[in-house]
Write a new protein. Structure first.
Length: 371
C-alpha cells in the first residue's frame, strides 16, 4: 500500500517520472470516478505486519516503563514512601518509555516507515516525556510551595498551573524535536492538542472565573486548530505530500474541539430534548456538512454525529414511534450519510461553486486528466 507522499518521494528519487505518476493518478480517478483529493488518503496500515509490530511495541513499552519504575522505587527508595519517591519513580518509568520509543522509531519509522507503529511510538515518546517531566516537577511541588510561601488554595492552584505550563512546554519542545527527526504526520496534531491543554490549564489556574466559560474557551481553541489545519491544507491543495497528512490529523483534532462545545452549550444532553432544539441540532449538522464539503474533510461530520443521532431519536420519539425510534434514526441518518458519500463530488462542486473566489484556496473539485 502506498500514499500520495510515497509517490511524491518516488518522483524526487527518480524512481518514477512525473508523467507516469500523473497518468497513474488519472487512471485511478477515472476508475473510481472520483477526484483523488476527495478520498482523504492517509496511511494507517501497510500490511498485517504493522499490527504485529504494534502489538510487540506496546508490550515492550509497558514492560520497560514498569521495569524503570520498579528499579527507581525498589533500589533507590527501598525504605521510603512519599511524594518525592512517587514522582521520581514515575519520572523513571516515563523517561524509560520515551527513550525506548525513540530508539525503536529509528528503525521502524525512519527506515521501515511503518505507519501504525510510528504513531504508537510517537504517542509513547510524547506520553513518556509528559509523565517524566510531571514526575520531576510534581515531586518538587511541596518544596516550591515553601519557597514562594504558598499558603492559600488559590496560591497552590496557581503554583500547580505554573508547573503544568512548564511541563507542557517541555513536552511540546520534545515533540517538536521528534517531528524534526521523524516527520510523523500526527506529531503536529499531538503538539496542537498539547498546546490547547496548556492554554486551558493556565486560564483555569490564573482566572478562576473562566471555569464558567469552559465551552467557549474550548470552542475558540478548536477554531484556532481548525485554522492551522486549513493553513496546512492550503499549502497542498492537491493533497500529494506529507503536508496533507498533517492537515488530516489536525482536522481530526479540531473537529471534537468545535463540535462538542457547540452542542453542550445548547444543552443537548441536559434532559429531554424538545422538537425545536432537535431541529436546531439538525440545522447545525447541515451547516457542519457544508463546511466539511467546502474544505473536503469529513472529521467534523463524524465528531458531531452522536448529537444528530440523539436529536433525530428525540424527533421520532415525539411523533409516537417509541419502539422503532432507534431503528428509524439509524436508517435515516445512515442512509443520508451513504448518499452524501456516494454523491460527495457533485454536491461538493455545488457548494464550492457558491463560494466564489474562496474556491481558489480549497482543494480542486475535478481531477485534471491528461491525454
Amino acid at each position: 500500500m502506498y500514499s500520495e507522499s510515497d509517490l511524491a518521494q518516488a518522483v524526487e528519487a527518480g524512481v518514477l517520472s512525473p508523467q507516469a505518476v500523473e497518468a497513474f493518478r488519472n487512471h485511478v480517478a477515472a476508475r473510481s470516478a472520483t477526484n483523488s483529493a476527495d478520498e482523504e488518503h492517509f496511511r494507517l496500515l501497510t500490511g498485517f505486519n504493522d499490527i504485529f509490530v504494534a502489538i510487540a511495541t506496546m508490550l515492550i513499552l509497558v514492560a520497560v516503563g514498569w521495569i524503570g519504575s520498579y528499579i527507581a522505587g525498589t533500589i533507590m527508595f527501598a525504605n521510603h514512601a512519599g511524594p518525592v519517591e512517587v514522582g521520581v519513580t514515575a519520572a523513571a518509568g516515563g523517561f524509560t518509555v520515551a527513550v525506548t520509543s525513540w530508539l525503536l522509531a529509528e528503525y521502524f519509522t525512519r527506515q521501515r516507515r511503518m505507519a501504525l507503529p510510528s504513531i504508537l511510538l510517537l504517542l509513547g515518546f510524547t506520553g513518556g516525556m509528559l509523565v517524566g517531566f510531571s514526575g520531576i516537577f510534581g515531586a518538587n511541588v511541596p518544596w516550591l510551595a515553601e519557597q514562594i510561601n504558598a499558603t492559600t488554595s488559590v496560591q497552590h492552584e496557581r503554583l500547580i498551573g505554573g508547573v503544568v505550563a512548564i511541563v507542557g512546554v517541555l513536552t511540546a519542545i520534545a515533540t517538536w524535536v521528534h517531528w524534526k527527526r521523524f516527520m510523523v504526520p500526527v506529531t503536529v496534531a499531538v503538539g496542537a492538542v498539547t498546546a490547547v491543554g496548556i492554554a486551558i490549564g493556565l486560564i483555569m489556574a490564573f482566572v478562576p472565573d473562566a471555569r464558567d466559560w469552559t465551552n467557549p474557551i474550548v470552542l475558540t481553541a478548536g477554531l484556532i486548530v481548525f485554522a492551522v489545519a486549513m493553513a496546512w491544507d492550503m499549502s497542498d491543495l492537491e493533497r500529494r505530500t506529507r503536508r496533507s497528512d498533517v492537515a488530516f490529523w489536525l482536522h481530526l483534532a479540531a473537529a471534537p474541539l468545535i463540535a462538542h462545545p457547540v452542542f453542550h452549550m445548547l444543552g443537548v444532553f441536559d434532559g429531554d430534548i424538545s422538537v425545536p432544539m432537535a431541529a436546531l441540532v439538525l440545522a447545525l449538522y447541515v451547516g457542519f456538512a457544508m463546511v466539511a464539503l467546502a474544505v473536503d474533510r469529513r472529521a467534523l461530520l463524524v465528531s458531531s454525529l452522536v448529537y444528530v443521532l440523539w436529536a433525530m431519536y428525540a424527533l421520532f420519539q415525539s411523533t409516537g414511534a417509541v419502539e422503532l425510534s432507534a431503528a428509524l434514526t439509524g436508517l435515516v441518518i445512515g442512509s443520508a450519510l451513504l448518499l452524501l458519500s456516494a454523491f460527495w463530488q457533485p454536491v461538493r462542486r455545488g457548494v464550492v461553486g457558491l463560494l466564489g473566489g474562496l474556491s481558489d484556496n480549497l482543494p480542486p473539485t475535478y481531477q485534471p486528466v491528461t491525454a
